[in-house]
Write a protein that binds this ligand. Structure first.
Ligand code: NAG
Ligand code: NAG
Ligand code: NAG
Ligand code: NAG
Ligand code: NAG
Ligand code: NAG
Ligand code: NAG
Ligand code: NAG
Length: 485
């Protein structure tokens, strides 16, 4: 009874969302690259076009990285007609030229502005110029707008005020007639996960990410536990801080409207390989946009093999998966960030009745984590659930990572051609994620490592700051469960 009521409410919301705002985009979380994390204000046509070419050459485009997003510092202000003008030194051929080149490569072009008098780096902002700027972006051929929150002149502090300010741009983009993905970047201020679904394709839910695992910084004042009502989102937020902040409201993300955990830091050097794998795994599983933030032109092999890793990307790009949620968290440490001995279990519903689980060790020493079907399927009735009575094949989602040797060959050749990538590389242009998953493609479902059965404990040692990620697939095929009747 309760379950039926919830389902009806959820469907009604989804239908309303479609009617109110649907631009047809981001049915699965958007993927791409943004220059900010690696380059900040140091932007130019050369940077964008050089990066775009590399995205194609390294095989990143064909696993789904589509948008090349220009961040702040591109403009030279407004002309006499109040039209935004690109900085002619950084962009000597103008913005339409950049967009055209992106489109020639089959990529989308993203643009940046702020819902304020100025952008964060104090260039001209779009507050009061929304229609004009949306028309300008559309005329250039822009496909994506990252819309920031700096210098908002106090039009913030309660949900309706912020909603109204961001809705003006949503309507202005819609009025251009060009489908433009709308990425709200108001840092979680006024809890956009409660109200942005009908105006935006994604909304940032925290202050800016910083390339650290769990470093605490007073400029990112709220820890995970205080994140829901964070009065000052700040910046310099660690990866673990953001992960813990989003945990209570992951379910607010739906097709076309996603929680944005901020851009990826993989390849920027501030975390270990283990930490970057955890970062990539959880951003994919929670269905955050996946926007690379490193220098693609000097990509290193381990970063490439993470960013291309299909069994994890499949969690994000599966059209029927829902955002992973945290089943439990065990701590014997103070409530700030990720302390010593902190462990967590997350789980995600996937298409075809598959289930993913994530055993996280956020502490500083090896930990042995344990779970069971009753634990994983707690919401369905735990040990009494049908799921806990079935047998499940367990596939390790990181066991078949592309080797450094192979990834290095791709980087050196500037191409996947002539390199033997067939055992790990999944070409999502050639075959859709949905088709690949339905076909049991081993490059997507991972490596079989055992079976889980009723009453059994699945125990595994997890390294510090690491995650074991598994796909569970019921033995004997797709399961159709009671609650889907
Ligand atoms: C504008 O909004 C309407 C109503 O939601 C929608 O049908 C249409 O596709 C949107 N157009 C664009 C270009 O986003
Ligand atoms: C992926 O498949 C498409 C279509 O067959 C092809 O054009 C492209 O070159 C492939 N990409 C890679 C990286 O192999
Ligand atoms: C002024 O801006 C409008 C709308 O953006 C545009 O249609 C028009 O061509 C512009 N006029 C000049 C002289 O640039
Ligand atoms: C790969 O591209 C870089 C520039 O991005 C260039 O210096 C290098 O010569 C290229 N290597 C090959 C094998 O084409
Ligand atoms: C490609 O690599 C896989 C294993 O990584 C191997 O089984 C296969 O034989 C290789 N193919 C070629 C053509 O070398
Ligand atoms: C920590 O766990 C890993 C496996 O995840 C194992 O390879 C390693 O030996 C362990 N280290 C210690 C100190 O037990
Ligand atoms: C995929 O595997 C399941 C069992 O895990 C099996 O029932 C199903 O028929 C397989 N599908 C294909 C297309 O091989
Ligand atoms: C319960 C538990 O595993 N506690 C450990 C937490 O970590 C410290 C050191 O970081 C150990 O001394 C405790 O035994």
């Amino acid at each position: 009874m309760l379950r039926i009521t919830l389902d009806v409410c959820a469907s009604a919301l989804l239908v309303l969302g479609v009617l109110a705002s649907d631009n047809g985009l981001a049915r699965v979380p958007q993927m791409g690259w943004d220059n900010w994390n690696a380059f900040g204000c140091d932007v130019s046509e050369d940077l964008l076009l050089g990066t775009a070419e590399k995205i194609v050459q390294l095989g990143l485009q064909d696993v789904g990285y589509h948008y090349v997003i220009l961040d702040d510092c591109w403009s030279a202000g407004r002309d006499d007609n109040d039209t935004l003008v690109a900085d002619s030194e950084k962009f000597p051929n103008g913005m339409a030229h950049v967009a055209d080149r992106m489109h020639d490569l089959g990529l989308g072009f993203g643009m940046y502005s702020s819902a304020g008098a100025m952008t964060c780096a104090r260039y001209a902002g779009s507050l009061g110029f929304e229609e004009k700027d949306a028309q300008t972006f559309a005329s250039w051929g822009v496909d994506y707008l990252k819309y920031d929150n700096c210098y908002n002149e106090g039009q913030t502090g309660d949900p309706l005020t912020t909603f109204n300010r961001y809705k003006i741009m949503a309507d202005a983009l819609n009025a251009t007639g060009r489908p433009i993905l709308y990425g709200m970047c108001n840092w979680g201020e006024d809890s956009p996960w409660k109200w942005a679904q009908t105006i935006a394709n994604s909304w940032r839910m925290s202050g800016d990410i910083f390339d650290t695992y769990n470093h605490e910084d007073v400029r990112c004042p709220c820890s995970g536990d205080e994140g829901i009502n964070c009065a000052l989102p700040g910046f310099h937020c660690s990866m673990a801080n953001i992960l813990n902040k989003v945990a209570p409201f992951v379910d607010k993300g739906n097709p076309g409207a996603w929680n944005d955990l901020d851009m990826l830091e993989i390849g920027n050097g501030g975390m270990t390989d283990t930490e970057y794998k955890l970062h990539f795994t959880m951003w994919s599983a929670i269905k955050s946009p996946l926007i690379m933030g490193n220098d693609i032109r000097s990509m290193d092999a381990p970063s490439l093999s993470i960013l291309l890793h299909a069994p994890i990307l499949a969690l994000s790009q599966d059209p029927d998966s829902t955002p992973a949620y945290r089943r439990w968290r065990h701590r014997n440490a103070p409530a700030h960030g990720a302390g010593p001995n902190e462990t967590q279990l997350w789980t995600q519903s996937l298409s075809g009745g598959d289930r993913a689980i994530f055993l996280l060790n956020l502490g500083d020493e090896n930990a042995t984590l344990s779970t069971s079907l009753a634990d994983i399927f707690f919401d369905s009735g735990g040990a009494r659930s049908d799921e806990a009575q079935m047998n499940w094949d367990v596939f390790d989602l990181w066991a078949n990572r592309m080797s450094n040797e192979v990834a290095g060959q791709v980087v050196e050749a500037n191409s996947t051609r002539g390199v033997n990538i067939t055992s790990t590389y999944f070409n999502a242009t050639e075959m859709s994620w949905a088709d690949g998953l339905a076909a049991n493609d081993s490059r997507l479902i991972g490596q079989w490592v055992g079976q889980m059965t009723a009453g059994m404990d699945w125990e595994v040692e997890v390294e510090p700051h690491g995650a074991m990620a598994y796909r569970l697939r019921s033995v004997g095929g797709t399961s159709r469960k009671r609650d889907e009747l």
